[in-house]
Write a protein that binds this ligand. Structure first.
Ligand code: MG
Length: 358
């Protein structure tokens, strides 16, 4: 099966509600869909999310990068797919979300050509995953109301965005905990919003108040590895790296200096499933767990992440709720949501039968 042509199509989906973190505010999801055509009847689908404040990529840069990648891969035979993935990663530096979209389309093709769902190709046998649900950064009242509403809908794990003011963040967590009770698990994500001492203060204060938090994600600036280690060494609470970890090289370094208890893998940061599996293997060897997360991504790329998670034992925590924030789904097929449960499709490949409106 030879790669014939790789094309892109930008899409924009209004969100059901505004999404706010310590880094950014989003009203509309912008993604770039990717199609990989071959010399067979099979077409592979992928999608990239431009997240300029994290990966440096925009919708325009992704379209240009995919065109460059397409020129590098055209004519290559997927029968030797190790070489194809090596070229995908070496034909240009950075541009990881663009690479991720092409990577997942190639995996889609490999599994389609074998007539099996991707999670089975990757060695998985689980068809259902449990995701957390994100509570956007907002006023205390709005966050308490959103948390209660999500728990009433049946979600049992909240991923709470914090990181703009330590005192206010502690109050947010205390009020949310009082509203939802101890049956609900709370994960917190500061998106780099704290100074190291602030992060230690928040971690210790919530412990002192008896607020049960499962883990703290990316408390400090992405590139400040020593600060991440400083925070981790002073807290019992597990500290996860997200924006700090794009590649296996970074995962190795963070583990070496004792900066993380876990790693949040996102296809848009690492460049796709091929590289994500290497990070998961490094984490597994170090004896630390992985979370799988996403940017503001549509059903298509989150479906790819779900296939990976269902087949990777090192990935034990799912944060794959982004499509629930979208007002529409740009693809037919893929994962479906039943409350907090994600069900993977039975169809071959990613299980995406087509792009709507094309
Ligand atoms: Mg995060």
């Amino acid at each position: 099966m030879k790669i014939r042509r790789i094309t892109t199509k930008p899409i924009s989906i209004p969100l059901k509600q505004v999404f706010r973190t310590a880094l950014r505010t989003v009203n509309t999801l912008e993604n770039v869909l990717v199609r990989v055509e071959t010399d067979t009847e099979f077409t592979g689908f992928g999608s990239a999310a431009p997240t300029a404040v994290i990966t440096g990529e925009t919708a325009g840069s992704i379209a240009h990068a995919v065109a460059h990648i397409g020129a590098a891969l055209e004519g290559m035979d997927l029968a030797g797919h190790e070489l194809v993935f090596q070229r995908l990663n070496s034909c240009m530096v950075a541009n990881n979300s663009a690479k991720a979209a092409v990577d997942m389309a190639l995996y889609d093709l490999l599994a389609k050509s074998m007539g099996i769902p991707l999670y089975r190709l990757l060695g998985g046998n689980i068809q259902s995953l449990k995701t957390d649900i994100t509570i956007s950064l907002d006023s205390i009242d709005a966050m308490v109301e959103a948390s209660s509403a999500r728990v009433a809908e049946g979600f049992t794990i909240l991923k709470i965005k914090v990181g703009n003011n330590p005192e206010l963040d502690i109050e947010r967590l205390e009020q949310i905990y009082r509203a939802v009770g101890s049956e609900v698990s709370m994960r917190i994500d500061a998106n780099q919003g704290w100074q190291p001492k602030e992060a230690v203060y928040v971690g210790r204060e919530i412990a002192r108040r008896g607020i049960p938090v499962e883990l703290m994600e990316q408390p400090v600036a992405a590139h400040r590895y020593r600060d991440l280690a400083y925070v981790r060494k002073r807290l019992m609470l597990p500290v996860y790296g997200d924006e700090s970890v794009f590649s296996g090289t970074e995962a190795l370094e963070l583990i070496r200096i004792g900066a993380v208890d876990g790693i949040n893998i996102k296809l848009m940061k690492c460049g796709g499933i091929y590289n994500a599996r290497k990070i998961a293997a490094i984490a597994e060897a170090a004896g630390i767990p992985c979370m799988i997360g996403s940017m503001m991504e549509c059903h298509l790329s989150v479906t790819a992440a779900a296939h990976l998670a269902a087949a990777t034992s090192a990935i034990s925590i799912m944060d794959l709720d982004a499509p629930l924030f979208c007002s529409t789904n740009p693809v037919a097929g893929g994962i479906s949501y039943h409350g907090e449960e994600i069900v993977l499709p039975d169809e071959p490949g990613l299980g995406i039968s087509g792009l709507k409106g094309s």
